[in-house]
Design a binder for this molecule. Structure first.
Ligand code: BTN
Length: 273
Protein backbone atom coordinates (compact mmCIF):
# COMPACT_ATOMS: atom_id res chain seq x y z
CA UNK A 1 0.00 0.00 0.00
CA UNK A 2 1.26 3.49 -0.81
CA UNK A 3 0.96 5.66 2.24
CA UNK A 4 0.11 9.27 1.81
CA UNK A 5 2.05 11.63 4.06
CA UNK A 6 0.08 14.15 6.11
CA UNK A 7 -0.61 17.30 4.15
CA UNK A 8 1.97 20.02 4.43
CA UNK A 9 1.02 22.37 1.63
CA UNK A 10 -2.41 23.87 1.24
CA UNK A 11 -4.31 23.27 -1.99
CA UNK A 12 -1.21 22.69 -4.11
CA UNK A 13 -2.11 22.48 -7.80
CA UNK A 14 -1.52 19.17 -9.53
CA UNK A 15 1.98 18.63 -10.89
CA UNK A 16 1.77 16.47 -14.06
CA UNK A 17 5.55 16.05 -14.28
CA UNK A 18 5.71 14.43 -10.86
CA UNK A 19 2.75 12.23 -11.67
CA UNK A 20 4.50 11.03 -14.82
CA UNK A 21 7.80 10.47 -13.03
CA UNK A 22 6.44 8.77 -9.91
CA UNK A 23 3.58 6.57 -11.15
CA UNK A 24 2.87 3.85 -13.71
CA UNK A 25 1.09 6.16 -16.16
CA UNK A 26 2.68 6.70 -19.58
CA UNK A 27 0.94 9.99 -20.49
CA UNK A 28 -0.76 12.72 -18.49
CA UNK A 29 -3.17 15.46 -19.50
CA UNK A 30 -3.98 17.93 -16.74
CA UNK A 31 -6.82 20.45 -16.70
CA UNK A 32 -7.76 22.99 -14.06
CA UNK A 33 -11.29 22.60 -15.41
CA UNK A 34 -12.83 20.35 -18.07
CA UNK A 35 -16.29 19.08 -18.96
CA UNK A 36 -15.59 15.42 -18.14
CA UNK A 37 -12.29 13.56 -17.91
CA UNK A 38 -14.02 10.35 -19.08
CA UNK A 39 -15.33 12.17 -22.16
CA UNK A 40 -11.86 13.56 -22.90
CA UNK A 41 -10.40 10.05 -22.59
CA UNK A 42 -13.03 8.74 -25.03
CA UNK A 43 -12.21 11.55 -27.44
CA UNK A 44 -8.52 10.63 -27.32
CA UNK A 45 -9.39 6.95 -27.76
CA UNK A 46 -11.16 7.79 -31.01
CA UNK A 47 -8.07 9.60 -32.23
CA UNK A 48 -6.21 6.30 -32.10
CA UNK A 49 -3.58 4.54 -30.13
CA UNK A 50 -0.79 5.96 -28.01
CA UNK A 51 1.12 4.84 -24.96
CA UNK A 52 -1.09 3.56 -22.15
CA UNK A 53 -2.00 3.98 -19.34
CA UNK A 54 -3.15 7.47 -20.22
CA UNK A 55 -4.25 9.71 -17.35
CA UNK A 56 -6.62 12.65 -17.71
CA UNK A 57 -6.87 14.59 -14.48
CA UNK A 58 -8.77 17.71 -13.49
CA UNK A 59 -9.56 19.75 -10.41
CA UNK A 60 -13.01 20.68 -11.62
CA UNK A 61 -15.53 19.24 -14.09
CA UNK A 62 -18.40 21.20 -15.57
CA UNK A 63 -20.24 18.11 -16.86
CA UNK A 64 -18.94 15.24 -14.75
CA UNK A 65 -20.80 11.99 -15.36
CA UNK A 66 -21.88 9.35 -12.88
CA UNK A 67 -23.21 5.86 -13.54
CA UNK A 68 -26.25 5.57 -15.76
CA UNK A 69 -27.71 8.93 -16.63
CA UNK A 70 -26.61 10.66 -13.45
CA UNK A 71 -24.22 13.56 -13.14
CA UNK A 72 -21.25 13.93 -10.84
CA UNK A 73 -20.77 17.22 -9.06
CA UNK A 74 -17.08 18.17 -9.23
CA UNK A 75 -16.64 21.49 -7.47
CA UNK A 76 -13.27 23.26 -7.63
CA UNK A 77 -10.69 21.41 -5.55
CA UNK A 78 -12.04 17.98 -6.44
CA UNK A 79 -9.89 15.22 -7.81
CA UNK A 80 -11.36 13.88 -11.05
CA UNK A 81 -9.35 11.37 -13.02
CA UNK A 82 -9.78 8.97 -15.89
CA UNK A 83 -7.25 6.27 -16.63
CA UNK A 84 -7.33 4.61 -20.04
CA UNK A 85 -6.02 1.06 -19.80
CA UNK A 86 -5.16 -1.48 -22.48
CA UNK A 87 -7.41 -4.51 -23.06
CA UNK A 88 -7.24 -6.97 -20.14
CA UNK A 89 -5.01 -9.51 -21.89
CA UNK A 90 -2.28 -6.90 -22.38
CA UNK A 91 -2.23 -5.66 -18.87
CA UNK A 92 -2.76 -6.54 -15.25
CA UNK A 93 -6.43 -5.69 -15.34
CA UNK A 94 -9.05 -8.20 -14.33
CA UNK A 95 -9.63 -11.03 -16.75
CA UNK A 96 -13.30 -11.41 -15.94
CA UNK A 97 -16.00 -8.98 -15.03
CA UNK A 98 -15.43 -5.23 -15.56
CA UNK A 99 -17.01 -4.80 -12.12
CA UNK A 100 -13.82 -6.20 -10.57
CA UNK A 101 -11.88 -3.23 -12.01
CA UNK A 102 -14.41 -0.91 -10.39
CA UNK A 103 -14.02 -2.70 -7.06
CA UNK A 104 -10.24 -2.52 -7.42
CA UNK A 105 -10.55 1.24 -7.92
CA UNK A 106 -12.86 1.62 -4.93
CA UNK A 107 -10.43 -0.36 -2.74
CA UNK A 108 -7.54 1.79 -4.00
CA UNK A 109 -9.44 4.88 -2.84
CA UNK A 110 -10.07 3.25 0.55
CA UNK A 111 -6.36 2.31 0.83
CA UNK A 112 -5.41 5.92 0.06
CA UNK A 113 -7.78 7.81 2.32
CA UNK A 114 -7.92 5.38 5.28
CA UNK A 115 -4.71 6.73 6.87
CA UNK A 116 -6.15 10.25 6.62
CA UNK A 117 -9.41 9.34 8.32
CA UNK A 118 -8.46 7.13 11.27
CA UNK A 119 -11.57 7.98 13.25
CA UNK A 120 -14.08 7.85 10.43
CA UNK A 121 -16.17 4.83 9.43
CA UNK A 122 -14.98 4.19 5.90
CA UNK A 123 -16.07 1.52 3.48
CA UNK A 124 -17.66 0.53 0.20
CA UNK A 125 -21.27 0.42 -0.84
CA UNK A 126 -21.74 -2.02 -3.71
CA UNK A 127 -21.25 -1.56 -6.56
CA UNK A 128 -18.41 0.87 -5.90
CA UNK A 129 -19.26 3.94 -3.86
CA UNK A 130 -16.68 4.91 -1.26
CA UNK A 131 -18.46 6.15 1.85
CA UNK A 132 -17.04 8.06 4.81
CA UNK A 133 -19.11 8.86 7.90
CA UNK A 134 -22.18 7.60 6.04
CA UNK A 135 -21.71 10.04 3.16
CA UNK A 136 -20.33 9.56 -0.31
CA UNK A 137 -16.67 10.51 -0.62
CA UNK A 138 -15.79 9.00 -3.99
CA UNK A 139 -17.43 7.40 -7.01
CA UNK A 140 -16.21 5.17 -9.82
CA UNK A 141 -17.34 5.00 -13.44
CA UNK A 142 -15.83 2.25 -15.62
CA UNK A 143 -16.48 2.38 -19.35
CA UNK A 144 -15.27 -0.37 -21.67
CA UNK A 145 -14.62 0.64 -25.30
CA UNK A 146 -15.44 -1.54 -28.30
CA UNK A 147 -11.78 -2.54 -28.66
CA UNK A 148 -11.81 -3.53 -24.94
CA UNK A 149 -9.63 -0.68 -23.78
CA UNK A 150 -11.21 0.57 -20.59
CA UNK A 151 -11.61 3.98 -19.02
CA UNK A 152 -11.51 3.97 -15.25
CA UNK A 153 -13.07 7.20 -14.01
CA UNK A 154 -12.58 8.09 -10.34
CA UNK A 155 -13.91 11.13 -8.56
CA UNK A 156 -12.64 11.86 -5.04
CA UNK A 157 -14.10 14.79 -3.13
CA UNK A 158 -10.87 16.27 -1.87
CA UNK A 159 -10.34 20.02 -1.33
CA UNK A 160 -13.82 20.95 -2.50
CA UNK A 161 -16.45 21.65 0.12
CA UNK A 162 -20.07 20.62 0.29
CA UNK A 163 -20.82 24.23 1.22
CA UNK A 164 -20.45 24.94 -2.52
CA UNK A 165 -22.47 21.89 -3.63
CA UNK A 166 -26.06 21.87 -4.87
CA UNK A 167 -28.35 21.81 -1.83
CA UNK A 168 -29.68 18.30 -2.54
CA UNK A 169 -26.18 16.82 -2.25
CA UNK A 170 -25.20 18.41 1.04
CA UNK A 171 -26.62 15.76 3.32
CA UNK A 172 -25.45 12.76 1.29
CA UNK A 173 -21.87 13.55 0.27
CA UNK A 174 -18.71 14.71 1.95
CA UNK A 175 -15.15 15.76 1.12
CA UNK A 176 -11.77 15.12 2.73
CA UNK A 177 -11.53 18.80 3.59
CA UNK A 178 -14.97 18.86 5.18
CA UNK A 179 -14.20 15.72 7.19
CA UNK A 180 -10.87 16.87 8.58
CA UNK A 181 -10.92 20.64 8.27
CA UNK A 182 -7.64 20.72 6.38
CA UNK A 183 -6.55 20.97 2.75
CA UNK A 184 -4.60 18.23 0.95
CA UNK A 185 -1.75 18.24 -1.52
CA UNK A 186 -3.53 16.96 -4.61
CA UNK A 187 -0.34 15.75 -6.30
CA UNK A 188 0.67 13.65 -3.28
CA UNK A 189 -2.83 12.26 -2.99
CA UNK A 190 -2.99 11.34 -6.67
CA UNK A 191 0.45 9.71 -6.63
CA UNK A 192 -0.61 7.59 -3.66
CA UNK A 193 -3.93 6.73 -5.31
CA UNK A 194 -2.26 5.66 -8.55
CA UNK A 195 0.21 3.48 -6.64
CA UNK A 196 -2.61 1.78 -4.78
CA UNK A 197 -4.59 1.46 -7.99
CA UNK A 198 -1.72 -0.31 -9.73
CA UNK A 199 -1.51 -2.76 -6.83
CA UNK A 200 -5.26 -3.37 -6.74
CA UNK A 201 -5.54 -3.83 -10.53
CA UNK A 202 -2.77 -6.40 -10.39
CA UNK A 203 -4.61 -8.12 -7.55
CA UNK A 204 -7.81 -8.10 -9.64
CA UNK A 205 -5.90 -9.95 -12.34
CA UNK A 206 -3.81 -12.32 -10.21
CA UNK A 207 -5.93 -12.96 -7.11
CA UNK A 208 -9.48 -11.70 -7.73
CA UNK A 209 -10.91 -13.81 -4.90
CA UNK A 210 -8.61 -12.09 -2.42
CA UNK A 211 -9.78 -8.71 -3.69
CA UNK A 212 -13.41 -9.85 -3.42
CA UNK A 213 -12.87 -11.00 0.17
CA UNK A 214 -11.20 -7.72 1.13
CA UNK A 215 -14.06 -5.74 -0.41
CA UNK A 216 -16.44 -7.92 1.61
CA UNK A 217 -14.58 -6.86 4.78
CA UNK A 218 -15.34 -3.18 4.10
CA UNK A 219 -18.84 -3.67 2.70
CA UNK A 220 -21.15 -1.29 4.56
CA UNK A 221 -24.45 -2.82 3.46
CA UNK A 222 -24.29 -6.17 5.26
CA UNK A 223 -27.58 -6.87 7.01
CA UNK A 224 -29.41 -4.05 5.22
CA UNK A 225 -32.49 -4.70 3.14
CA UNK A 226 -31.68 -3.58 -0.38
CA UNK A 227 -33.85 -3.10 -3.44
CA UNK A 228 -32.07 -3.80 -6.72
CA UNK A 229 -33.54 -2.67 -10.03
CA UNK A 230 -32.49 -5.12 -12.68
CA UNK A 231 -33.89 -5.75 -16.14
CA UNK A 232 -37.13 -3.91 -15.43
CA UNK A 233 -37.90 -5.67 -12.15
CA UNK A 234 -37.10 -4.93 -8.54
CA UNK A 235 -35.40 -7.54 -6.39
CA UNK A 236 -35.49 -7.08 -2.63
CA UNK A 237 -33.22 -8.95 -0.28
CA UNK A 238 -31.01 -8.72 2.77
CA UNK A 239 -27.38 -8.02 1.92
CA UNK A 240 -25.09 -10.86 2.98
CA UNK A 241 -21.93 -9.14 1.78
CA UNK A 242 -19.80 -9.33 -1.33
CA UNK A 243 -18.86 -12.66 -2.93
CA UNK A 244 -15.22 -13.46 -3.77
CA UNK A 245 -16.06 -12.83 -7.46
CA UNK A 246 -17.33 -9.32 -6.63
CA UNK A 247 -21.05 -10.13 -6.79
CA UNK A 248 -23.54 -8.62 -4.37
CA UNK A 249 -25.04 -11.40 -2.24
CA UNK A 250 -28.72 -10.95 -1.47
CA UNK A 251 -30.79 -13.27 0.68
CA UNK A 252 -34.15 -13.34 -1.04
CA UNK A 253 -37.51 -13.64 0.73
CA UNK A 254 -37.51 -17.43 0.12
CA UNK A 255 -34.29 -17.71 2.11
CA UNK A 256 -32.09 -18.48 -0.91
CA UNK A 257 -28.98 -16.45 -1.51
CA UNK A 258 -28.26 -15.11 -4.98
CA UNK A 259 -25.36 -13.14 -6.44
CA UNK A 260 -25.85 -10.05 -8.60
CA UNK A 261 -23.32 -8.39 -10.88
CA UNK A 262 -25.29 -5.47 -12.26
CA UNK A 263 -28.35 -3.39 -11.53
CA UNK A 264 -29.08 -0.19 -9.65
CA UNK A 265 -29.77 -0.03 -5.94
CA UNK A 266 -32.76 2.00 -4.82
CA UNK A 267 -32.72 3.91 -1.54
CA UNK A 268 -28.99 4.36 -1.85
CA UNK A 269 -27.69 7.72 -0.68
CA UNK A 270 -27.46 9.71 -3.91
CA UNK A 271 -24.54 12.01 -4.51
CA UNK A 272 -25.57 12.68 -8.05
CA UNK A 273 -27.85 15.47 -9.03
C1 BTN B 1 -20.90 7.47 -9.66
O1 BTN B 1 -20.81 7.42 -8.44
O2 BTN B 1 -22.01 7.47 -10.23
C2 BTN B 1 -19.66 7.53 -10.48
C3 BTN B 1 -19.00 8.88 -10.46
C4 BTN B 1 -17.74 8.93 -11.29
C5 BTN B 1 -17.15 10.32 -11.39
C6 BTN B 1 -15.83 10.33 -12.11
S1 BTN B 1 -14.99 11.87 -11.91
C7 BTN B 1 -13.85 11.43 -13.13
C8 BTN B 1 -14.60 10.74 -14.22
N1 BTN B 1 -15.13 11.68 -15.18
C9 BTN B 1 -16.47 11.71 -15.18
O3 BTN B 1 -17.17 12.44 -15.90
N2 BTN B 1 -16.94 10.83 -14.28
C10 BTN B 1 -15.86 10.12 -13.62
Amino acid sequence: MVLFAPPTMPNTPLDPNRILAETFVARVEHYASIDSTNDRAKQLAQQGAGPLPLLIVAEEQTAGRGRGASRWWTGRGSLAMSLMLPPPTDNAVEQGRPSMAALAAAMAVVDTVAPLLPEVVLGIQWPNDVMAADRKLAGILVEVLSDRRSILGIGVNTNNTMADAPAELRGVATTLRDLTGRPYDATELLIALLGNLQTRLRQAADAPETLGRQVDCVCLQRGQTLALELGGREITGVCRGIAPDGGLILELPDGCQQRFYSGTLRHRPRLRS
